[in-house]
Design a protein around this ligand. Structure first.
Ligand SMILES: [Zn+2]
Ligand SMILES: [Zn+2]
Length: 240
């Protein structure tokens, strides 16, 4: 569904000038402003609704939350300001999240916004040189959700919202920046294809696809789901 939507989202025109982009990047602030996202509201409403439908169908959304979320999408102009405020709150602009929203709204918005935000990252990747170590997505400000160890052994973090990739030190925790190797536990699956990094300072973990000996690059939609047993393994070891 996301691939289908993304194919019809136009590449956005990003009006920010290069100096502003460079300053944002340097200070670790998100490069994509809400107004830059090529949101066609009719299309977005449909994507929002379909995302909620799919999550409900696979028991990833409670029925009550689903009803409330779908109602938001139906109510004339209710959705637009909520999405704008939610994006500002979650891209490092320091605003509060929309109050009174259903608990699972985050889950639906992250997925529904992805095809639109991914197009922004596509454009900005060509315009901006990443110079600093970003623990959050340099494009949309969300947290990394997965990682990719490339054949040259460099590690790229992958944004859990716009799916952009950016390089980050292989043995530093992106959540608390702990870089004491003795306090990062790393274990691999038996076939060596996947890896988990657990941070013994903040107790969070990150999964990775190890591309060093693999025959294909990372496939985010496949690898994040193929590694669900690793989430259980990481949680069993006390990471969250
Ligand atoms: Zn992002
Ligand atoms: Zn940490």
């Amino acid at each position: 569904m996301q691939r289908r939507v993304q194919s019809r989202v136009p590449l956005p025109w990003i009006s920010a000038d290069d100096a502003w982009l460079a300053a944002q990047e340097k200070s670790g602030r998100a490069l994509v402003r809400f107004g830059d996202i090529p949101l066609d509201w009719t299309d977005f409403r449909l994507t929002f609704r379909q995302t909620a439908d799919i999550l409900l169908r696979f028991d990833a959304l409670e029925r009550a939350d689903y009803e409330a979320i779908v109602a938001l999408g139906r109510e004339g102009n209710a959705l637009e300001p909520i999405v704008a405020q939610w994006y500002a709150a979650t891209s490092g602009a320091g605003e509060a999240r929309p109050s009174g929203a259903p608990a699972s709204l985050d889950h639906v918005l992250v997925l529904a916004l992805r095809p639109f935000l991914a197009r922004c990252a596509e454009v900005l990747r060509q315009r901006v040189t990443l110079s600093s170590a970003h623990s959050h997505c340099p494009f949309c400000g969300w947290e990394p959700d997965f990682a990719y160890i490339v054949p040259s052994a460099e590690r790229f973090l992958i944004c859990g919202r716009c799916a952009a990739q950016w390089p980050f030190a292989p043995l530093t925790c992106p959540f608390c920046r702990n870089d004491d190797r003795g306090r990062i536990s790393s274990f691999a699956t038996r076939d060596g294809r996947y890896r988990v990094y657990g941070c013994d300072v903040c107790r969070r973990y990150l999964k990775a696809y190890d591309g060093r000996t693999a025959s294909r690059p990372v496939l985010v939609a496949v690898d994040t789901i193929a590694t669900l047993p690793l989430d259980a393994a990481a949680m069993q070891r006390g990471y969250s």
